[in-house]
Design a protein. Structure first.
Length: 128
């Protein structure tokens, strides 16, 4: 992720024609271009895929693979971060629960950052 972010910063500066000497923040340059950071986009996509998998039938082969534990030779130090760990971190940051994925509209609004409460989502459904 650090490599992607570094490459993104370099490309954004190149697109804007700005060098490090100009002392412009990457966030400011991204706003100027109207793009979001690669890390937030990856997080959204990960959670979107997770929601899709969560809504699958329990007897689907993808659901069976979700709980699959891969064993391998472990070296020294901390192990690599798993996809499941990344999804858990993303959900924690956005204050989403695994059960929320069953409600597609609620899940999508939570991922995009304009999260509704359950009460407001129900009120919206009653108006339709």
């Amino acid at each position: 992720m650090q490599r992607l972010e570094r490459t993104e910063r370099m490309m954004v500066r190149w697109m804007c024609g700005v060098t490090l000497r100009d002392r412009k923040s990457s966030e400011e340059l991204r706003k100027r271009l109207g793009i979001v950071s690669v890390s937030s986009m990856m997080s959204r996509r990960r959670l979107r895929w997770f929601g899709h998998i969560e809504r699958k039938n329990a007897n689907d082969w993808v659901s069976a693979c979700r709980e699959l534990e891969v064993t391998g030779e472990r070296g020294r130090g901390r192990g690599r971060k798993t996809w499941k760990g990344c999804v858990a971190d993303d959900m924690r940051k956005l204050k989403l629960k695994q059960e929320d994925a069953q409600d597609r509209a609620f899940w999508e609004s939570g991922i995009l950052g304009n999260r509704r409460t359950r009460a407001s989502a129900e009120k919206l459904m009653l108006k339709r």
